[in-house]
Design a protein around this ligand. Structure first.
Ligand code: FAD
Length: 604
């Protein structure tokens, strides 16, 4: 029987050897052994393995064979009701029978209490079969978990003293409905005039004298927007920009108040519903504090970005395997095309990138989950996990999404003309991939986030950059292990680029300020960071390589069999990082001069 978990050696390496299940299971079981929980770590991990294998079979045997039908059977809007395609519905009937929507939810709320990381691995397996199934699946668990986190953060979930088991929560009914598969949710942020720019959101929430709320406005491009539970960001006060935003749960109980106006006719993701949703004085419940909407959205977004990254990884895996299979069978000029030099190089690069991405994805998801779970029990280690997740997540979302498009395109190229027809599903992969760098924060927005974080850190603690540079330089020359020296050279390229951008940024300020005042006061991100913003995508690629190499090096130290992968990754990353560093150091001024001339003309 085909199984997307069992047939994936790299995924099984992570599962069986690299993932720290002990720490994760302890945080998930919240320290104390529940009467209905696993008796020890071995039993917990065995049950996680069973779930992974089950999802591997589901993806390979049930979802993948229906992917073509899911792509061809359109979602319809009939009398205000959304009707999914038959194959899509068959898959979700199965998922419901298997009770997989319960996977990451706590046992006390009817869930299976599995680590969220296991759920993400399942997302990769599903996405390898069909991304629109994975997308809808992730909005079941994702919204239920978000409601629980919001409620924990605002204090409306009660934990009992011993072991922190959940004694009661504000959203027990909603979570059970989602867990059973009877309802699902959506994340309603985007509006016609506000996508990347959340400060431009216009949907309003109004509070009545009795303290109840209603929401009015239009949201567009809402994945699974025909769901019952809408998590909506709306404006609650006169404060402009991000400060005036709050977050609400808006149940679609009354379709006159919450209606689906339109279902988008898209390039790909045909099984998934992407809807324009209209709220007309819809009864709403405030989540958390008024004015905290942007901060709360980031929490939801963190997990959503991880989910999209695992989705992209699944698609990369599908593209690589399809291409590899074809290249092995198809002969030209007396050889399988896999044995022609250029194609062999493509396939090797795809395989290497997938392994690097998976290591990064698992690292980011593990730290995000530990950060969140340990925060709620007040553990000191939480902050370090959150910091690691914060560093890795934008790099991962950026790279995974971009690589999915690149690999889908390569898969087509390796097939030649046959892939331009609909016969093999290669063109579906490309159509499905193209949205990945757009939703859950575009690639450019991820790059801006990563760059601002890194440069913000340098501005606050410039001595740290210098110390890290000195250490990396020393290791690049004197480390005993050649792989360690090569890894240090990647870090040097990244730190060198950061230093260049920071120095150029500071230099432009120092022209107008005494240096100490200049460095510490009156930063205007738009003006002062212009060069860094221009190079944000290049810097993000460098940072991603630096982070992947760091993770693979740590793996290679623990597991010597991973040295071969690290060497392979470094072969490609070293020249790439040198080139990126060179581009950052030598280009950009012409564009910036042009932009400031335009600005000067406008204000004259
Ligand atoms: C299939 C699909 C499903 C979606 N699902 C959801 C959902 O469930 N919920 C939801 O709320 N939204 C959803 N979206 C919307 C999606 O999140 C937005 O499309 C995305 O945030 C980009 O916004 P935009 O389309 O308005 O593009 P814009 O914000 O107009 O951006 C256009 C381009 O300009 C770039 N850009 C913008 N600002 C900057 C800057 N400062 N510097 C550099 N470049 C910049 C962007 O990166 C992009 O390349 C979905 C979209 C699609 C296509």
């Amino acid at each position: 029987m085909a199984n997307f978990f069992n047939d994936n050696e790299d995924l099984r390496f992570h599962f069986d050897r690299a993932i720290d299940w002990a720490t994760l299971a302890q945080a998930t079981e919240r320290g104390a052994r529940a009467p209905d929980g696993p008796s020890d770590l071995a039993e917990a991990v065995a049950s996680y393995r069973d779930v992974a294998a089950l999802m591997g079979t589901l993806a390979a045997e049930e979802i993948a064979p229906r992917a073509g039908r899911i792509d061809r059977e359109p979602v319809r809007l009939e009398n205000g009701q959304v009707v999914p395609g038959a194959a899509f519905q068959e898959v979700f009937d199965q998922i419901r029978r298997l009770e997989l929507h319960r996977l990451p939810l706590p046992r006390e709320l009817g869930g299976m209490n599995a680590p969220v990381l296991l759920w993400f691995l399942g997302c990769e397996l599903m996405a390898r079969a069909d991304v629109s199934v994975m997308t809808h699946f992730s909005l079941h668990g994702g919204i239920a978990m978000a409601l629980l986190y919001y409620s924990l953060a605002e204090g409306s979930t009660r934990l009992d003293g011993a072991g922190g088991r959940i004694a009661g929560t504000r959203f027990a009914k909603e979570i059970e409905e989602i867990a059973s598969g009877a309802a699902w949710g959506s994340m309603d942020i985007t509006e016609p005039d506000a996508g990347s720019d959340m400060a431009a959101l216009r949907t309003v929430a109004t509070e009545a004298p009795d303290g109840s709320w209603t929401v009015t406005g239009q949201k567009i491009f809402i994945t699974s927007g025909h769901g019952k539970y809408h998590v909506v960001v709306a404006r609650t006060g006169p404060a402009p920009g991000l400060d005036g935003l709050s977050m609400f749960l808006v149940p679609a109980d009354d379709r006159r108040r919450v209606s689906v106006e339109r279902v988008e006719d898209k390039l790909g993701h045909h099984g998934s519903v992407t809807a324009a949703v209209c709220f007309d004085r819809a009864p709403a419940q405030l989540l958390g504090k008024r004015g905290d909407g942007f901060r709360q959205m980031l929490l939801l977004m963190n997990n959503a970005r991880l989910a999209v990254s695992f989705e992209a990884l699944g698609l990369c895996e599908a593209a690589h395997r399809l291409a590899r299979g074809h290249a092995a069978l198809r002969h030209t000029m007396g050889r399988p095309i896999a044995r022609h030099e250029m194609i062999a190089d493509y396939l090797d690069e795809m395989a290497t990138d997938i392994q690097g991405l998976r290591a990064l994805a698992i690292h980011a998801a593990l730290h995000e989950e530990l950060g969140a779970k340990l925060t709620f029990v007040g553990a000191a280690a939480a902050a370090e996990h959150r910091a690691r997740a914060r560093r890795a997540t934008p790099l991962l979302k950026y790279l995974a999404a971009e690589k999915a498009v690149e690999m889908a395109r390569r898969c087509i190229q390796i097939h030649g003309g046959i892939a331009y027809t609909k016969e093999l599903g290669a063109e579906k992969l490309l159509r499905d991939a193209i949205v990945l760098p757009i939703y859950e924060g575009t690639s450019q927005i991820q790059a801006l986030m990563a760059t601002k974080d890194v440069l913000g850190g340098i501005v606050k603690r410039p001595h740290e950059l210098l110390a890290r540079l000195a250490q990396a330089r020393w290791r690049s020359l004197s480390a005993k292990d050649e792989l360690e020296r090569r890894a240090a050279r990647i870090q040097l390229a990244s730190l060198g680029a950061q230093q260049h951008l920071a120095t150029r940024t500071a230099a432009s300020k120092l022209r107008t300020h005494e240096w100490r005042r200049g460095l510490h006061f009156r930063w205007d991100p738009r003006r002062d960071f212009a060069l860094a913003l221009l190079h944000a995508e290049r810097l993000t690629r460098l940072l991603a390589d630096e982070q992947i190499v760091e993770i693979l090096l740590a793996q290679a130290r623990r597991f010597p069999e991973r040295r071969e992968l690290l060497g392979r990754y470094l072969d490609r990353a070293e020249p790439r990082c040198r080139a990126l560093g060179d581009e950052i150091a030598t280009t950009g001024s012409r564009i910036l001069d042009g932009l400031s001339t335009d600005l000067a003309k406008k204000s004259a």
